[in-house]
Design a protein around this ligand. Structure first.
Ligand SMILES: Nc1nc2c(c(=O)[nH]1)N[C@H]1C(S)=C(S)[C@@H](COP(=O)(O)OP(=O)(O)OC[C@H]3O[C@@H](n4cnc5c(N)ncnc54)[C@H](O)[C@@H]3O)O[C@H]1N2
Ligand code: MOO
Length: 464
């Protein structure tokens, strides 16, 4: 295809290492900061959203000392009174159930039958599980040497202490985090609004799935893989479809996307080309740089800022933007004023242009778009942990660029963690991404890998 995003010659593009790309992205995005608008949501709606501010515990969890076992509660000091070699005998004075604090007091030599979660009455600090006692009508016998004072008791505030930070600002609200908020008695939580990301694919050759095949055409897969990744990250996606290699249409699409979204994500058309007018167009719309990244796949990348246009143009805008008291905007098709569209995105939109090759597009997304979106969404450090595994095969590699291979992490017959590639690693072999459970990362300076050599591995689970 014609490289419609590209300056006159690809040779003009600056070559950067992957680390430099991440640094430059951070330098571009950090001054913009995270999306500022906040929302207060009921817990179920807050799943996967980003916590806006530190959450201070309003209460202790658990709220009281309680039993960790079904058994018998007593004062731990009794243990020291047992005669050597003799069982300790205690009289059972009542039963404490979870949710119903026992009101009485025990005297020396007495104990209380207690259930898991029941409040430990004043003066009692030790629980013996019922499996460890013998009992008769009104007393129990236990081996005092097998227990320490304080055993099988959960302390008030041992999970969360009142006044301490339960969750830090920027925490993504996982199921566990929602449970934690609920354990504090909180029914709602304040989060940042979701990032709005407009996506379009570029290329005259692209067909939408379901369309009749045409000579020379291919189906647009990036729109589905990339939008899937965006949704997994909790972004609100505006699908602008596939845009032909036509500068006028591209310009309109970019203007519209920049007006509606925080981020404009594209694929294709950034590697090589001769369309000078496109550079001029991008300079009118904002500032966009074209980089060659010392990596494979994913060599070309476009990054920059696009100024939002004065008005929204696309009919899907209504679905995408929040409704609120708004300045009127013009629908380009009808020319009518539409009172329902609020243009809340006023700062420049971030343009991230990914390569067209389907694997390159996904790998570049994982390496660069994911951290960029995390920063704009207000997430705390989200760098995924890099594991090490023994390569089960020889991998050709020359120093000077980072290579990302699609891999399968598995245990070998000896129980060692090993990794193998999925097979052909071409940048268009999308089936390699489906077969992979990890990405093998071979750093810039790395040379050939021999069987048994340790390599870095990023798990795809949780990434995309
Ligand atoms: N002379 C050079 N040629 C190429 C270079 C280079 O540096 N010099 N780089 C190569 C690399 S590396 C890549 S990656 C591609 C990326 O090019 P573009 O971003 O301009 O992408 P396109 O040319 O538009 O497409 C590349 C390839 O991917 C297919 N494609 C595009 N969009 C989609 C889509 N939405 N779904 C599925 N497949 C898509 C397209 O048909 C092409 O086959 O450039 C190399 N060339
Ligand atoms: O970015 Mo390309 O993937 O190396 O073909």
């Amino acid at each position: 295809m014609t490289a419609i995003f590209q300056p006159a010659a690809s040779a003009n593009a600056q070559t950067l290492t992957t680390t430099q790309v991440l640094q430059q992205l951070a330098a571009l995005l950090q001054p913009m900061g995270a999306v500022a608008e906040l929302e207060t949501l009921a817990l179920p709606e807050a799943l996967d959203r980003v916590l806006a501010e530190d959450l201070i515990c309003p209460v202790n969890v658990p709220p009281h000392d309680n039993s960790a076992m079904d058994g018998y509660a007593f004062a731990g000091a009794e243990l020291a009174l047992a005669r050597p070699g003799q069982p300790l005998s205690l009289r059972v004075k009542g039963t404490a159930l979870a949710g119903a604090p026992w009101p009485g007091r025990l005297a020396a030599g007495e104990c209380l039958k207690i259930m898991t979660g029941a409040v430990m009455p004043a003066g009692l600090d030790t629980v013996v599980p019922h499996e460890q006692v013998t009992s008769d009508a009104d007393s129990i016998q236990l081996d005092a040497g097998a227990l320490s004072p304080g055993a099988n008791r959960r302390l008030r505030g041992e999970d969360l202490r009142q006044g301490s930070v339960a969750l830090q600002a920027g925490q993504r609200l996982t199921p566990a985090a929602l449970g934690l908020l609920a354990s504090l008695g909180l029914g709602q939580v304040t989060v940042r609004r979701r990032l709005r990301v407009a996506y379009f694919s570029t290329g005259d050759e692209l067909l939408s799935p379901g369309a009749a095949p045409r000579e020379g055409a291919i189906y647009d897969s990036n729109r589905f893989s990339l939008q899937g990744l965006l949704r997994r990250l909790g972004a609100q996606v505006l699908d602008l479809g596939a845009v032909p290699d036509e500068p006028r249409v591209l310009e309109e699409c970019l203007r519209e996307a920049a007006t509606l979204a925080d981020v404009v994500l594209t694929s294709g058309g950034i590697s090589a080309g001769e369309a000078d007018h496109t550079r001029a167009m991008l300079q009118r719309l904002g500032t966009v740089q074209f980089w060659r990244v010392a990596m494979r796949p994913g060599r070309p990348l476009a990054v920059g800022l696009l100024a939002p246009a004065a008005m929204a143009l696309h009919p899907v805008a209504e679905k995408f933007t929040e409704k609120s008291a708004s300045s009127p905007v013009v629908d380009s098709d009808s020319g009518a004023q539409n009172q329902s569209i609020q243009l809340s995105t006023r700062r420049p939109a971030v343009l991230l242009g990914l390569p067209g090759n389907p694997v390159a597009a996904m790998v570049s997304f994982l390496m660069f778009v994911r951290p960029a979106l995390a920063l704009l969404a207000g997430e705390r450090d989200t760098r995924p942990p890099m594991l090490q595994a023994a390569s089960s095969e020889r991998l050709r590699k020359r120093p000077g660029r980072t290579e990302y291979l699609r891999g399968v992490l598995e245990l070998d017959a000896q129980g060692r963690t090993t990794v193998r590639t999925t097979g052909p690693q071409g940048s268009g072999v999308l089936s390699s991404m489906v077969a992979a459970n990890c990405i093998i990362v071979l750093d810039d300076e790395r040379g050939e890998v021999l069987p048994g050599d340790s390599v870095g591995v990023l798990l795809l689970q949780g990434l995309g």
